[in-house]
Each structure stands twice: as structure tokens, then as C-alpha cells.
Design a protein. Structure first.
Length: 267
């Protein structure tokens, strides 16, 4: 069973403290697996492989926009977290999940692939087709989305629509990043996780070179659908798909108190 807690909007420092406490308790088997869902106040984080040069905004501009900077021990490069972005921190003991093939314990790569699968399924729930990109981590919009939609339309409309699709394909980017993933594993227990752009203000990504990738843009669910989404509905979809992908029952709990007997303030 995986306990799910929605923490609302918290600053990044608090999120780190909560994760550290939960990881310690999980290693001691005082708690079971936990999925934290939340939003962060504006922050740029640098993973273990981050290059400082990928933060291209000046300290003055960051201060003007109210953006903090944190170095952390997750994998990956530079990314942004902020309002309208659903962040998920799975605190899982990977020894509880069987890997594909002969391995008894889920490894780091397989865990990341499963996180991607959760997000791909959740985007599909909300009518956004996404995919993996070879050699890159995360979830990306599908370049074939327009074509696949056209194929599903009535045949009498296909000819006219195909002309529009040719124009659209020539004027839009092939793929855009919708979700970033960066994890840390210590003694089989995971921390950090994913960031899914739901209603995110994408101008914040102009402050950085996201994940060190200059050739592909960043997008959001709101931009793809041309309308804002209900964050709670997205969170519910993500939690449900965690249950499916990790073959676990999901238990929503009111707060950390229900798991730890502690408050976020105490942490």
C-alpha cells in the first residue's frame, strides 16, 4: 500500500526537510511507502550533474521574480519548480517492487521508467498524448499527435484537415518537455521525483536552460489544451496511475500527522 499526502504549496526547504524525515523513517521501517504531492513556491534547483552556467538569469532578476536557488542531491541538471506545477516525491523502498525479468528488486532505471509511465498515463487521462524520448529522461509531447487525431476523424474531413496538419507540423516544434524527473536513492529508498507542468507560468523557464537542453522547448498541460486544468483532478489521476503502474493500493491521508504523528512545522 502507498499512502498519498497532498501538502498544498510549500517552500522548497520545507519539502527537503519533509523528505529527509520520511526517508529516515522508511529506512527504519517505521512507515510504509509514501507519495507526496505538492506545489512549490518559485525555485530553481540544481541536481548533482547541474552546470551553474545553465542558470542564465542574473541574481538581480531572480530576486525580482522571487525565485530561490537550491542545490540538491537528485540526479539531473537544472530545473524550475513553481505554482501550477504538480510535484511528486515518492518515498519508496524499491525492495518492495519486483523488476521485469530475473531481478528481484526494482533498479534506478526501471524506477524512472515507471515514473514516466505514470505520467504518460495521467496525461492520456486528460487528453494529452505524450511519450518518452530516446536518451532523455522525462515525458514529452508527441510529434505525431496531430496526425493521429486526423486519422480518427471522418474520412470526408481528412483531406481538408491534412492540409492544416502539414502547415502545423512545419511551424511547430516536434516535441516539448511536459514533465521532468530527477531522483535520489539511498539504501534502496527513493526521494525527489517528478515535476509535471500543469498550469505553470512557462516564462520562468526563460531564466534557465532546462535540464541543460537547448534544442527542445518546455510546455504545460494548460498550453497543450489551451485551458487551465484542475490541479486536484491531475493529482487524483497521478495517484491512481501510481497504483496501476506499481501494482499497489493507494490510500489518501489527510496530512503527515496521519503517517508520522508529526506536523510539517515540527520537521
Amino acid at each position: 500500500m502507498i499512502s498519498v499526502v497532498h501538502l498544498g504549496t510549500i517552500d522548497y526547504a520545507t519539502g527537503l526537510r519533509v523528505q529527509q524525515q520520511l526517508v529516515a523513517f522508511r529506512k527504519e521501517e517505521k512507515i510504509g511507502d509514501v507519495l507526496l504531492l505538492l506545489e512549490h513556491k518559485p525555485v530553481i534547483t540544481l541536481g548533482r550533474n547541474a552546470k551553474a552556467a545553465n542558470v542564465i538569469a542574473s541574481p538581480e532578476l531572480l530576486a525580482q521574480r522571487g525565485v530561490e536557488i537550491f542545490e540538491c542531491d537528485r540526479g539531473g541538471d537544472v530545473t524550475f519548480h513553481g505554482p501550477g506545477q504538480l510535484v511528486g516525491y515518492p518515498i519508496f523502498d524499491l525492495r518492495g517492487y519486483a523488476a521485469d525479468g530475473n531481478r528481484k528488486t526494482l533498479g534506478a532505471v526501471d524506477f524512472v521508467r515507471r515514473l514516466e509511465e505514470v505520467l504518460i498515463r495521467s496525461c492520456a487521462d486528460l487528453a494529452i498524448e505524450t511519450k518518452r524520448m530516446p536518451g532523455l529522461t522525462g515525458v514529452w509531447t508527441n510529434a505525431n499527435l496531430l496526425s493521429s487525431r486526423a486519422e480518427q476523424d471522418d474520412s470526408k474531413n481528412r483531406r481538408a484537415q491534412s492540409r492544416d496538419l502539414l502547415f502545423a507540423d512545419a511551424t511547430t516544434n516536434a516535441e516539448a518537455k511536459l514533465a521532468a524527473i530527477g531522483i535520489h536513492i539511498s539504501r534502496f529508498v527513493t526521494s525527489h521525483g517528478f515535476a509535471l507542468n500543469v498550469n505553470t507560468d512557462l516564462t520562468y523557464f526563460n531564466l534557465i536552460i532546462p535540464c541543460g537542453i537547448t534544442t527542445k522547448p518546455v510546455t504545460s498541460m494548460q498550453q497543450e489544451l489551451n485551458k487551465p486544468l484542475d490541479m486536484n483532478a491531475v493529482a487524483e489521476s497521478v495517484a491512481r496511475n501510481f497504483g496501476t503502474v506499481f501494482s499497489s493500493q493507494m490510500l489518501w491521508v489527510e496530512s503527515l500527522d496521519a503517517i508520522l504523528g508529526l506536523t510539517v512545522r515540527a520537521l
